[in-house]
Design a protein around this ligand. Sequence first.
Ligand SMILES: [Zn+2]
Length: 75
Amino acid sequence: METPNRPIELSSTITCPECGHAETETMPTDACQWFYDCKGCGCVLKPKAGDCCVFCSYGSVACPPVQAAGACGGH
Ligand SMILES: [Zn+2]
């Protein structure tokens, strides 16, 4: 594991579990996003139990704090 400065991916494609609509969003680097309004059906997504944000639950890429540290920084 000699990749100390892995580039952090800031784009994550969220797939709605209700309607299957996928939308690519840019993630904030310093915060976890708890709610996400699906642009397909309008439902509000929330993280699954144990996940720190909607990107970890429904996104194609985990949120930046998780990418950097391997875990979310203590929320
Ligand atoms: Zn939806």
